[in-house]
Write a protein that binds this ligand. Structure first.
Ligand SMILES: Cc1cc2nc3c(=O)[nH]c(=O)nc-3n(C[C@H](O)[C@H](O)[C@H](O)COP(=O)(O)OP(=O)(O)OC[C@H]3O[C@@H](n4cnc5c(N)ncnc54)[C@H](O)[C@@H]3O)c2cc1C
Ligand code: SF4
Ligand code: SF4
Length: 864
């Protein structure tokens, strides 16, 4: 007979930052032995860092990177999670909660952590009766909001963000990645008016405008215009701002309706006492943004980490008297890329308040402090937050202030950064995003981790918005007593060979090292081989030595060993070369015959205009290639992939350049070239951009007068970025020359796995233009020659079928997993139900359709 579970039932409603953190704290205190824990979350996911949605919107992080606890965490900790389930009512007397899936769940202890939602002012036109938000209107609160916004924005041109606070600024900055024009419309007279005074707000405005965001202040939105979809917003003074996307970031409201209708005390939030217990309740608690404590509600994470600790101490009995006394809000954030720290008062209130203000508008720097009775009662730092540690501590703990007040804003000798770090209290939260205290950092250092990156990896400090990195570094330095070890590996090209790329290339050349094993043997002390470094080295050596490179099969990843792309079930996909997307009836026939002969389960047109035969068994690869009798299309590996083309001037009535011919010529020349990351290109016959050239590693656009624009560093996969204009040239030949030179410079100087969308902004387009176009470093001829040598070394890898390199090269060693068979679709498939999408998502045309593999999403559906 099963043992009866003696534990009490703890139910947590809300699986956001506060709910999940409280459960983590409870588990840390052994609460797993006391409670059988059940969680309900309206969002159909595990627990993610909401703060980082801004990074997802701006393309810095992908969704997967922001999860704090994925589904397996719940299972591993014995937590029953009802994800995608909304709790609709609590019966406080029967001690049960009722959810929208019809279930009821008993509890002994209940925690409500329902957070808040976006506040959407009742502006006429913002909603469509019975259909949620108007088409093109979005809030910015959840993963689904962010996804829907990105999908919609990709196909539109202009956005208006309503609200110039933290969230509005983040939204505006993020949207710039997807749309050409972003206007920030703010009702108050300056940006972030809740945290900043007018002067700081004006400086922030300049910094934001410098980023290319238009700012309209004193602007009350009175109407959202547009019949079927948004076409603009109308302001109180009669002006209209044209746009097709509206993002509302006008504040938040506590999610407390469910609590209120269940009879709990709700004012601006659910009213709790110092133990986070709901007023007049015995077994119901609440934490996070849905809470009102001593009259205050909070809209930032720092207070909720404190609340979570108190509640966990209390509920597990670790410290039944633990008490939350409210938070003094000292925030440091990176808003739209600008460092901001603010605490307490933003301006002097009394005649005898002392103030020190320093402003450097051109540099975007503003610093101010307000002192009352020798105590710091307010501070603002903008653009330069070096002194934040001392100021936060002084504000929080009432430290004695230096006589020379100006020393609080500048390092004039004292207090130095070290003193600041030393004086910080152990409990001071250093990283707000991930709730890491100074003590956690110090413990990690004392536990033996002596590098900054090591401490950051171990604690997650600094891995959120990144604004605390400087302070984390100071504390690590102080805790290590000045003996911080550099993490040189951060600059190495691959982890197993201790050298940055330029140095590594020089030594490889000097010693004539032509194989991966030779590099390890010569350059690694002890000659130890590192598996993680092999692919990067193989790619580098092939780039450097071309034909002379000595290939060692174990240095390759499976895709490169068999020249095909491994799929989830262990079969491979085969993509023959179809240059520029142009094929012939004979080729099509051959492909069709191969597909029939080998019973290929799925024949798919790829996002790069080629034909993918999916589901080929490893041992069939050589005969498939032989029967196809076409060269490899290089749909695997870190190499030059494809040149997508549009119809161009030959057939298209808008075309001003023969994009197809140029695309084929480029693909023909650079096919198979290896690089640090894959390289996807496109050529389009006019700025209508049907081949999506603006979002490719290199994209060419024909313009009037027989000229061609070359864009570089674009992306439209998990990361979305519009390319930067490298040059405008007069002929296809010049395009080919600059393409080769650009790709060679990228191959030589990018880090392993660094795509051009990261490399171009890292080096800066001006620098790249100077080297590649203007030959500022005098290396153009060498780059051209190096590329020509690589081009000359081309050999179709599929010819290896005649002479396998190892006996087992094409023998299957993997047990093939049985995958759900993809049906051959001869009718339009019925949409597969996806995760619950809130009503705003329904505004997205084609919403829910899968990415088309080139990351362009539904966009291509409407293209020729
Ligand atoms: C884009 C963005 C950027 C931000 N940037 C910062 C920043 O830089 N610094 C900072 O300090 N803070 C920032 N914040 C604020 C921070 O994210 C919040 O303070 C924090 O998420 C609040 O945590 P919470 O658990 O109280 O609420 P949430 O994280 O919102 O979690 C509440 C959860 O409860 C669920 N829920 C609600 N009602 C029910 C119900 N009836 N049944 C079941 N589940 C329910 C919701 O679906 C939600 O998942 C940002 C917020 C956003 C949206
Ligand atoms: S970009 Fe589109 S419109 Fe322009 S030439 Fe190509 S196919 Fe025609
Ligand atoms: S976009 Fe499609 S093909 Fe690309 S990784 Fe995701 S699922 Fe795979």
């Amino acid at each position: 007979m099963d043992a009866v579970d003696q534990r009490r039932c703890l139910v947590v409603v809300g699986n956001g930052m506060a709910g999940a953190r409280t459960v983590e704290e409870i588990l840390e205190r052994g609460g797993g032995d006391q409670f059988a824990i059940t969680m309900f979350g309206e969002e159909p996911y595990g627990n993610y860092n909401r703060i980082l949605l801004s990074n997802v919107l701006s393309g810095v992080d992908d969704e997967a990177g922001i999860f704090l606890n994925d589904m397996s965490w719940y299972a591993e900790n014995g937590i029953t999670l009802h994800a995608g389930t909304r709790v609709i009512r609590i019966d406080r007397f029967a001690r049960r909660i009722y959810a929208d899936d019809g279930t009821e769940t008993p509890y002994d202890k209940l925690i409500i952590a329902t957070g808040s939602r976006a506040f959407v002012p009742p502006i006429p036109g913002i909603h469509r009766p019975g259909r949620g938000y108007h088409q093109g209107v979005f809030a910015f609160r959840t993963i689904d909001d962010t996804r829907n916004m990105i999908r919609y924005a990709r196909e539109h041109e202009r956005a208006v963000v309503i609200g110039g606070g933290l969230l509005g600024l983040e939204a505006a900055r993020g949207l710039q990645n997807h749309l050409a024009h972003v206007t920030l419309v703010h009702a108050a007279g300056h940006l972030m008016n809740a945290q900043l005074d007018a002067q700081a707000g004006a400086i922030l405005r300049r910094s934001i405008e410098r980023l290319g965001i238009e700012v309209v202040l004193g602007a009350h939105t009175t109407e959202v215009l547009g019949k079927h979809a948004v076409t603009g917003v109308k302001l109180k003074d009669g002006r209209t701002v044209a746009c097709d996307v509206v993002v509302v970031a006008a504040g938040i409201r506590a999610n407390a309706e469910m609590a209120a209708t269940s009879g709990l005390p709700v004012e601006r939030g659910i009213v709790v006492d110092d133990q986070m217990r709901v007023q007049d309740e015995v077994d119901i608690y609440s934490v996070g943004e849905c809470v009102q404590h001593r009259g205050e509600t909070y809209g930032l994470v720092a207070p909720l980490w404190e609340q979570a600790r108190v509640l966990a101490d209390h509920i597990t009995g670790t410290n039944p008297n633990a008490a939350y006394h409210g938070s003094r809000l000292a925030t440091k954030l990176k808003v739209a890329g600008v460092d901001v720290a603010s605490m307490g008062l933003k301006e002097a209130e009394r005649d005898d308040d002392e103030t020190v203000v320093f402003a450097e508008p051109r540099k975007g720097v503003y610093k101010s402090i307000i002192i009352r009775d020798d105590r710091l009662v307010g501070a603002t730092l903008l653009g330069d937050v070096q002194k934040v540690a001392f100021l936060m501590q002084a504000f929080d703990r009432g430290l004695a202030l230096p006589k020379e007040r100006v020393e609080m804003l500048f390092d004039l000798g004292a207090p130095s950064a070290d003193v600041s770090a030393a004086e910080l209290g152990d409990d001071v939260q250093v990283c707000n995003c991930n709730g890491v205290t100074k003590r956690a950092l110090v413990d990690t250092v004392q536990g033996g981790v002596k590098t900054l990156t090591g401490v950051m990896d171990a604690t997650r400090a600094g891995k959120g918005c990144g604004s605390c990195k400087g302070l984390v570094a100071q504390i690590v330095e102080w805790a290590a007593d000045g003996k911080v070890e550099d993490d040189p590996a951060a600059s190495w090209y691959v982890p197993g060979v201790p050298m940055p790329k330029a140095e590594l290339m020089a030594v490889i050349r000097e010693h004539g090292l032509k194989s991966v094993s030779a590099v390890f043997a010569t350059l690694v002390p002890g000659g130890e081989e590192d598996a993680k470094s092999k692919m990067g080295l193989a790619s580098l050596l092939r780039m450097m030595w071309g034909d002379e490179y000595v290939d060692e099969r174990d240095a390759r990843f499976i895709n490169d060993r068999v020249h095909a792309n491994i799929q989830r079930d262990g079969t491979f996909s085969v993509v023959p070369q179809i240059k520029g997307g142009v094929t012939t009836p004979a080729q099509l026939k051959r492909i069709a015959e191969v597909a029939e002969k080998y019973s290929v389960p799925l024949v798919k047109i790829t996002g790069g205009q080629r034909i993918d035969l999916l589901g080929i068994r490893k041992e069939d690869l050589p005969s498939v290639w032989a029967d196809l009798d076409m060269p490899s299309g290089y749909a695997y590996g870190k190499s030059f992939r494809t040149v997508k083309t549009c119809v161009g001037s030959d057939f298209c009535r808008f075309g001003v350049g023969d994009s197809t011919a140029l695309g084929i010529a480029i693909e023909d020349r650079f096919k198979a070239i290896e690089g640090p990351g894959k390289m996807k290109l496109a050529v389009t016959g006019c700025p209508r951009n049907c081949a999506e050239a603006y979002v490719k590693d290199l994209g060419v656009v024909a313009i009037d007068g027989g000229r061609w624009e070359i864009y570089v560093g674009g992306a439209a996969g998990a990361h979305v970025r519009k390319g930067d204009l490298l040059a405008v040239v007069d002929s296809p030949d010049e395009v080919i020359t600059l393409t080769g030179r650009f790709l060679q410079y990228y191959r030589e100087s990018a880090n392993w796995l660094e795509r051009t969308y990261a490399w171009v902004p890292r080096l800066g387009i001006d620098h790249i233009r100077a080297v590649v176009v203007d030959d500022s470093d005098g290396i153009a001829a060498r780059l051209d020659a190096a590329m020509a040598a690589s081009v000359a070394a081309y050999r179709d890898p599929w010819l290896e079928r005649r002479d396998p390199v190892t006996p087992g090269q094409f023998r299957t060693s993997l047990p093939l997993a049985v995958l759900p068979q993809v049906p051959v679709r001869d009718t339009v498939p019925v949409a597969v139900p996806g995760p619950v999408v809130p009503s705003i998502g329904s505004a997205v045309p084609g919403g829910g359709s899968a990415d088309n593999g080139n990351g362009a999403g539904p966009a291509s559906a409407r293209r020729v």
